[in-house]
Design a protein around this ligand. Structure first.
Ligand code: RUQ
Ligand code: CUA
Length: 665
């Protein structure tokens, strides 16, 4: 144990019920001075016969015990919530069918971050069908990702980690609307940002952001994707090279601005506290980041000691000016501007970073569709603090920046929007989605529940909540997804690791009652999602070989050849088509390093050929008109049947070639 750990933070040999008690106690202490929102007359209640439970008690423990889990099983009825099966039989005839008939397409693309799986998932909305998984920080054999030379090198150059923890997918914008070109996502585990090319639905770039350990919040600068912003969450010594290891007060959190094209980090800003989530206003001047642990502690009790933490509003042009003027220090090749409270750049009327106090260890920031307010959900405070973005510039008193503070319920984490002036906030502790009126919240007293219009139960413990195109200036309403961290009893039991539960909720244009219409088990642990109408994307049906002409040769049947490039290196280049490879066989020598280049010369959509070489850990997946390469060493003499792994025709099984490895003498 180091002397920075305190004894009350460690738990030795607690039995499971003590763990629950300890957690409850910890939350009770934290929430002691937080009033539970009074239930509305029409809101669901948990007053069951003989059971004196309120929702807060019930959900706070995450229904950890068997009895509670059993109770939760009835909650679809008891709590008056939506569907208690995969799809609810709605009584409300205004709710459209979310099912999409066979052969028909969904209206929206949903891009889900895949959490610890490191991937992006493409989900059709409203059907919630998973259409594709795009590997990002993970390797994925079915797409050959991390197996062909190009993607393997990209992963290697970005730190050579085998996994990532992706949280916040963001779409590229032109003129404030999705242009369907790229998606970026952060890696909380290793401080990386990756880019997915939406022509090919494939990760095409990745950067290991210097000087940070963890990137959490990730946002594209509106309206034209000027930067990708990344929040360094964990405070670490700067640089983290062994200095200051035992002086946490010297650790630092950095806000990073990454060039979306080159993926280089252009500048960073050092701040107090640790950064959490970030969004930008609609014209790109302000990047607004939430922050917890402004106490700069290293234990739970230290991190939650104060009632306030400080949102950091970064004045992007002012920071650019400071960089331009040489007002920075450079570490690991990146200009770092001092944005801490005491920085000379933060004195006077136009600080480069504004610090705005908000209660209490808040979690998210989302900027609403008209760009007027940023919504900061309180997490340990039952409120959402609305910041008036215009006042960031005009007012010197941070309190004047606060435009409203409705009391929404317990554990507010994220907020989303329809196009008609309503906000929807996820309540982690209450396991609910709260709908409220934005302008009514500006009018109301701070802490008022009057702006709350409706609450619906979700199952259980939601994190992000997203409505269609809610992050644009023109949200589409209609559907909202609640990404619930826990599913407990909602699905057939599959052992102790449960799926998450992404629930589809009908919201209409904000004029109808919310209705949970579908449960959707999700592989752990999606964090967030973002939606784009299908007309805003234009994915390629086959590869355009011009797109890789500078990097790889397109190999036709006629170009199929083998070339010795050195004493123990050889290039094998061949075509593939139904149902043969360019070579029926080829011969290499024991000890050779083989670079195999294979082109799929087909032009027909959806005819993919795979190239597997048994016992050599080689797998390529090659879409029509694409070319992939794999480099490997042949150490064992013998015959190896190269085969196609995609069932491409009736002669697929016969689509083979032989690699003959001759023994060296
Ligand atoms: S986080 S559940 Cu987006 Cu990483 Cu809020
Ligand atoms: Cu080509 Cu199977």
């Amino acid at each position: 144990m180091t002397d920075t750990e305190s004894n009350d933070e460690t738990s030795s040999a607690l039995d499971p019920s003590e763990v629950v008690q300890r957690h409850e106690q910890q939350l009770d202490d934290l929430l002691a001075d937080v009033d539970e929102p009074t239930p509305r007359d029409d809101s669901p209640t948990l007053e069951l016969a003989g059971l004196e439970l309120n929702r807060r008690d019930f959900m706070k423990a995450g229904a950890a015990t068997g009895a509670m889990a059993g109770l939760a099983g009835c909650s679809g009825n008891i709590l008056g919530g939506g569907g208690d099966s995969t799809t609810s039989g709605s009584g409300d005839s205004s709710t459209p069918d979310h099912k999409v008939p066979p052969g028909e397409h969904d209206e929206y693309y949903g891009f889900w971050s895949g959490g610890q799986s490191g991937e992006i998932r493409v989900v059709g909305i409203p059907s919630m069908r998973v259409l594709m998984r795009i590997p990002v920080f993970n390797t994925e054999a079915s797409r050959g990702y991390g197996y062909d030379d190009e993607t393997a090198e990209m992963l290697e150059e970005a730190g050579d980690y085998t996994w990532g923890d992706n949280h916040h997918p963001v779409l590229s914008e032109t003129d404030g609307d999705y242009d369907g070109e790229y998606l970026w996502v952060n890696d909380k585990a290793n401080g990386r940002i990756a880019r997915v090319n939406l022509k090919y639905f494939e990760t095409d770039a990745m950067t290991d952001v210097p000087n940070v350990q963890s990137i959490h919040g990730c946002a594209a600068q509106s309206p034209d994707t000027g930067y990708i912003f990344g929040n360094g969450e964990f405070r670490v010594p700067l640089p983290n090279d062994g200095r200051d290891v035992n002086t946490p007060e010297n650790y630092t959190s950095l806000f990073s601005a990454v060039n979306p094209q080159t993926m280089e980090t252009e500048w960073q800003v050092e701040v107090d506290g640790n950064l959490d989530i970030v969004d930008t206003d609609k014209d790109g001047r302000w990047a607004i980041a939430s922050s917890y642990n402004d106490e700069e502690g290293v234990t739970v009790s230290e991190m939650t000691k104060d009632d306030r933490d400080y949102v950091k509003a970064f004045d992007v042009p002012a920071i650019e000016e400071a960089v331009e003027a040489g007002d920075y220090r450079e570490i690991n090749g990146v200009p770092i501007v001092d944005g801490t409270r005491d920085s000379s750049l933060n004195q006077g009327d136009s600080p480069i970073v504004r610090y705005i106090p908000t209660p209490k260890s808040p979690h998210c920031v989302e900027v609403g569709p008209n760009g007027k307010y940023a919504f900061v959900a309180g997490k340990l405070s039952p409120t959402v603090t609305m910041l008036d973005i215009e006042a960031l510039d005009s007012s010197s008193d941070p309190d004047d920046v606060v435009a409203g503070r409705p009391k929404v319920g317990l554990g507010p984490l994220h907020t989303t929007f329809d196009g008609n002036g309503h906000a929807y906030t996820s309540l982690y502790i209450d396991s609910q989605a709260a709908k409220w009126d934005i302008e009514a919240a500006v009018e109301a007293e701070a802490g008022s529940e009057d702006p709350i219009m409706e609450k619906v139960d979700v199952h259980y413990n939601p994190g992000h909540i997203q409505a269609l195109e809610a992050m644009t200036t023109d949200p589409d309403g209609e559907w909202l997804v609640s990404l619930n961290k826990l599913s407990k009893d909602r699905f057939l039991p599959v052992g102790p690791i449960h799926p998450d539960n992404d629930q589809l909720i009908h919201i209409g244009q904000g004029d109808t009652e919310m209705e949970v219409v579908a449960d959707h088990p999700a592989y752990p642990e999606p964090h967030d999602c973002v939606f784009a109408h299908k007309d805003k994307l234009d994915p390629a049906a086959t590869w355009d070989k011009e797109d890789y002409a500078d990097e790889k040769e397109f190999i036709t049947q006629d170009d199929t050849r083998i070339e010795r490039t050195g004493d123990s290196s050889v290039d094998v280049k061949m075509s593939s088509m139904r149902s043969e490879f360019g070579f029926k066989d080829f011969t290499v020598q024991e000890g050779d390093e083989v670079t195999l280049t294979v082109t799929n010369i087909e032009g027909v959509r959806d005819v993919i050929h795979g190239v597997a070489i048994p016992e050599h850990d080689v797998h390529l997946a090659i879409a029509p008109q694409d070319t992939r390469e794999a480099t490997f060493t042949v150490d064992s003499p013998g015959v190896y049947w190269i085969y196609c792994t995609y069932f491409c025709s009736a002669l697929h099984l016969e689509m083979r070639s032989r690699m003959i490895v001759e023994p060296s003498d």
